[in-house]
Design a binder for this molecule. Structure first.
Ligand SMILES: C[S@@+](CC[C@H](N)C(=O)[O-])C[C@H]1O[C@@H](n2cnc3c(N)ncnc32)[C@H](O)[C@@H]1O
Length: 343
């Protein structure tokens, strides 16, 4: 059994703090409790198995558990989820908020620390993961938190196939790598966003993919001047000093997906999503063509570049034949998932 006063103290301190070290400490406290409850030291081989799905891979329960340690990622998601659930409780005071967490992993890390802050009449959570090992571990955590009444279902399914019995108010998912390669967040959000209620929303609200030419040597030198242990990362302006911005290539949001869906209604259903064309200027020997990833978890809470592996730039190969020409990519939603050059 987890001491709920202790848990409330950790999460309240985390939500109220902007100090990186304070946040690290609270996450370490929570992680220590979760390790004990889910007996992570007794993990068997199923914890190391990933799954190949139609629309991307599902990383193994062990790798999913380790995502918790991404301090900025985990803390910013928790703050965003807390803020959005509070907003939705106000919007729907007469019924619980329906939250669907797609790809929850073995700890449900982006929601479970918050459960002690809400009542079952306010919030009902559905956890989805393709790995049953993760859901079994998560049940132990929820039971130890004595928050069983806040969970309406544990669903062992590919989230791109899941149909919720009611309208969804909040979708939470962190099923991505940098540059949206390999994992299925685009298809997951595309499928679940069609089931949103009128005031419903998604976390992340927007994922912005921009294209750059990056002088990697200079960028690494810049990065080395920051103390990562203190959560320091360069600002956008500092990064742009070693980059040539080529343009915004793709944005993932429920609004953009709705426009794409409307366009594709009269066409053959497509597994590819369109991207904006880019003009390629001259490229010198130090420059790499790369995609940056920025997660707007809400309008205000942003996971910036280099705050986590999922927001590191993704270098891609681009033939020199495109210098002085336009290049067009498409986003391929079936495996291998990611941006593919069209011409
Ligand atoms: C990057 S981990 C994140 C784990 C946890 N949500 C966190 O943020 O710490 C992604 C999780 O999503 C699951 N997953 C990925 N694609 C999925 C899909 N299409 N349907 C269901 N689960 C999926 C994986 O099994 C894994 O547990």
């Amino acid at each position: 059994m987890i001491d709920d006063k202790e848990q409330i103290n950790y999460i309240e301190t985390l939500l109220a703090s902007d100090d990186y070290q304070t946040i690290v400490l609270q996450l370490q406290n929570i992680e220590h409790i979760y390790q004990q409850v889910s007996k992570a030291e007794l993990i068997d081989s199923s914890w190391h198995q990933s799954s190949e799905l139609t629309n991307g891979i599902g990383i193994s329960p062990n790798d999913a558990m380790r995502c918790f340690q991404g301090t900025s990622r985990t803390a910013k998601y928790l703050k965003a989820v807390y803020q959005q659930v509070k907003r939705l409780i106000k919007q729907y005071p007469d019924r619980p908020v329906e939250l669907v967490y797609a790809g929850c992993g073995p700890w449900g890390s982006l929601i479970t620390p918050l459960l002690v802050m809400f009542k079952p009449q306010q919030l009902q959570v559905t956890f989805i993961d393709v790995h049953s090992t993760s859901l079994n571990s998560l049940k132990q955590i929820v039971n130890a938190l004595q928050c069983e009444l806040l969970v309406s279902n544990y669903v062992n399914l590919d989230a791109t196939q899941y149909l919720h019995a009611k309208e969804i108010d909040l979708i939470v998912t962190e099923t991505l790598y940098n540059g949206l390669h390999s994992e299925g967040i685009v298809s997951i959000i595309r499928h679940l966003a069609r089931q949103l209620s009128e005031k419903g929303d998604v976390i992340p609200k927007r994922i912005v993919i921009d294209a750059h030419l990056i002088d990697m040597k200079s960028e690494l030198k810049l990065l080395n001047s920051f103390d990562h242990a203190l959560g320091q990362v360069p600002t956008k302006r500092q990064l742009l000093e070693n980059r040539v911005f080529l343009g915004n290539m793709f944005e993932l949001s429920k609004d953009v997906l709705a426009v794409i869906d409307a366009h594709q209604m009269n066409e053959k259903p497509s597994d590819n999503l369109p991207c904006k064309a880019l003009f390629i200027p001259d490229i010198n020997d130090e420059q790499h063509f790369a995609l940056s990833t920025c997660l707007y978890l809400t309008d205000e809470i942003v996971l910036d570049e280099y705050e986590n592996g999922i927001t590191y730039p993704l270098c891609m190969s681009l033939s020199r034949q495109y210098i002085g020409k336009q290049v067009l990519f498409k986003y391929q939603c079936i495996t291998p998932v990611g941006f593919i050059q069209q011409g």
